[in-house]
Design a protein around this ligand. Structure first.
Ligand SMILES: Nc1ncnc2c1ncn2[C@@H]1O[C@H](COP(=O)(O)OP(=O)(O)OP(=O)(O)O)[C@@H](O)[C@H]1O
Length: 296
């Protein structure tokens, strides 16, 4: 199974929200990482068929999704960035309703809902009105509705937004279970949410994919370039002007421990550190942010 994206572009006025993106998605968890406005939602909405591309094609096992229509949507599950639920519905009513819209029989719906309530730890709230539930629980209900038809392709737009750290950790564990034999495509700007679970990552910036690969492969770009050092707190601003600082922690006594990315240790007594995806993300999106934001 594969989802092939060929030179996909979406233009709004004179701006390309997505610019000639090509990507071959195979089963596994794919992290789509990018800052706000990078084009993630636009790309995902085109993958669902909701939004038509200005140019380019999306192929599901070699056939264009626009031609497959229902046959493609039957295989698709989608969690939009903001999804409208019916606040007066109970969790079970809502999932039964969406099951009916997706064409499941009552019997199929019952079995599937019961399995998903357990998988997503929603059993205790099954009879509660959705409006009374926390943002994190509502997000899990969103994931459940996307999984009702046991899709081959699961597209989750910022699934962890609004989750607390405990819920995020649970979600990461869930992902690996959900991803069996599926293409799971997850957008996030919280890199730690996909770092440990993504089989592959695609890094998006200004509508373009600027990196594709495993976390290890992507990290090669900053291999040997991450350091930490202890500096006087009042020197921080000066260093920030010339170095990509990715983390700061107070050390007491007006001293700061800084983590930074640079070609060599630019602060006296720096020690090398192992890079992580968050370092790369800040390096790509913040350090050079000013100039890149102006890019076409
Ligand atoms: N309907 C639209 N009309 C005009 N411009 C749009 C439209 N939708 C998106 N854009 C622009 O396209 C760019 C990409 O937006 P998109 O929502 O895809 O980014 P994103 O990476 O999902 O960001 P976020 O995480 O903030 O949602 C942004 O500059 C946005 O303003």
């Amino acid at each position: 199974m594969e989802l092939t994206i060929e030179k996909l572009t979406k233009r709004y006025g004179d701006k390309d929200a997505v610019k000639s993106v090509s990507l071959n998605l195979t089963p596994g968890v794919w992290g789509l990482i990018g800052a706000n406005g990078a084009g993630k939602t636009t790309l995902m909405r085109m993958l669902t068929g909701i939004l038509s591309p200005t140019s380019g094609r999306i192929l599901y096992d070699g056939a264009e999704i626009s031609v497959l229509g229902e046959r493609y949507w039957d295989r698709l599950g989608y969690l939009p960035q903001t999804f409208g639920f019916y606040p007066e519905f109970t969790v079970t009513d809502y999932l039964e309703y969406i099951s009916a819209l997706k064409g499941l029989t009552r019997h199929q719906a019952k079995r599937r809902i019961s399995m998903l309530l357990e998988l997503l730890a929603l059993d205790d709230v099954r009879k509660k009105h959705i409006r009374k539930l926390s943002g994190g629980t509502q997000r899990r209900i969103g994931v459940a509705q996307a999984l009702l038809n046991d899709p081959d392709i699961l597209i989750l737009d910022e699934p962890t937004s609004g989750l607390d750290p405990g819920e995020r950790a649970r979600f990461r564990n869930l992902l690996s279970e959900m991803a069996q034999n599926k293409i799971v495509f997850i957008s996030t700007h919280i890199v730690s949410d996909v770092e440990s679970v993504a089989t592959q990552n695609a890094v998006m910036k200004n509508g373009k994919i600027i990196g594709i690969g495993t976390t290890e492969l992507l990290l090669e770009e900053i291999h040997g370039k991450v350091f930490y050092a202890v500096i006087p707190a009042d020197a921080l601003q000066t260093y920030e002007r010339s170095i990509c600082i990715v983390g700061v922690k107070s050390e007491g006594d007006s001293m700061m421990r800084v983590r930074y990315v640079a070609d060599s240790g630019q602060i006296p007594d720096s020690c090398p550190s192992n890079p992580c995806l968050e370092d790369l993300y800040i390096y790509l999106f913040h350090e050079k942010g000013g100039s890149h934001d102006a890019e076409a």
